[in-house]
Ligand binder design. Structure first.
Ligand SMILES: C[S@@+](CC[C@H](N)C(=O)[O-])C[C@H]1O[C@@H](n2cnc3c(N)ncnc32)[C@H](O)[C@@H]1O
Length: 223
């Protein structure tokens, strides 16, 4: 991991207890608003996700790639720095009978990005705020995007920064190396643009902000 102090902290920050809770929530109540908004944004204006490939970075218990597989995606890759979350996503894929269409990889996406095959649809659902190097995370995700990239991040207001700062002070105090981040939105957009993507939508989804990017060739090709 780029943050040396956090070499295994994702397994602790997103541990089995949280993974079980998230999985129960997904099974009982379905995907959350942010995940649904990402899946809708990635599939809007086309016939579902028919035959497309998916890269779900920091997929958690699997809400986004499961939605896209349901909507016709051919296959998905889920790369997650947390082993407990990855195990939960794997068990959900098995329960739904789609395990043969999902490849699960444990690790820091920014470290393994050059070996990751580009995908048509790429998701970063509530992940950018869990990682310090926003340029690497968003830039490398954009570089692996053939069609669309959708991501959700918190508002970059001063109040939100202060709240996250308090949380991080607690982590410091308790010697927990995990940190949360409120990255500037213009920096997120710039990282995707540098890799040739165009911002096609940005809006609020509950407490989150949704950003949707596309490869411009597809805009030009639209009827
Ligand atoms: C708040 S959870 C969100 C999970 C899921 N996307 C959702 O919205 O329910 C953040 C996830 O991002 C993962 N993550 C953070 N940085 C990562 C990185 N650089 N590479 C891979 N996974 C990462 C964490 O392990 C965790 O599973």
């Amino acid at each position: 991991m780029p943050e040396p102090a956090c070499s295994s902290c994702y397994d602790n920050a997103f541990d089995h207890r949280l993974a079980d809770r998230e999985l129960r929530r997904l099974r009982e109540h379905g995907p959350g608003r942010a995940s649904l908004a990402i899946a809708d944004a990635l599939t809007s204006g086309r016939r579902g996700a028919e035959g497309l490939s998916v890269l779900d970075i920091g997929g958690g218990v699997g809400a986004v790639h499961e939605l896209l597989l349901e909507r016709g995606a051919a296959r998905a890759v889920d790369i997650d720095a947390s082993r407990p979350y990855l195990e939960a996503a794997r068990s959900e894929a098995a329960r739904r009978g789609v395990a043969d269409r999902v490849r699960f990889i444990n690790g820091d996406f920014t470290a393994i990005a050059p070996e990751v095959e580009p995908a048509d649809l790429v998701a970063l659902d509530r992940v950018v705020c869990c990682f310090g190097d926003v340029d690497a995370l968003v830039g490398r995700a954009a570089a692996r995007t053939r069609r669309r990239l959708a991501l959700t991040i918190p508002p970059d207001w001063r109040l939100v920064r202060a709240m996250i700062g308090l949380g991080n002070a607690w982590y410091r105090l308790t010697r927990n190396p995990y940190r949360a981040y409120v990255h500037r939105h213009e920096r997120v957009v710039a990282a995707a643009r540098r890799e040739g993507l165009v911002l096609i939508d940005r809006r609020s989804v509950g407490a989150w902000r949704l950003f949707v990017f596309e490869r411009p060739i597809l805009i030009a090709d639209r009827p």
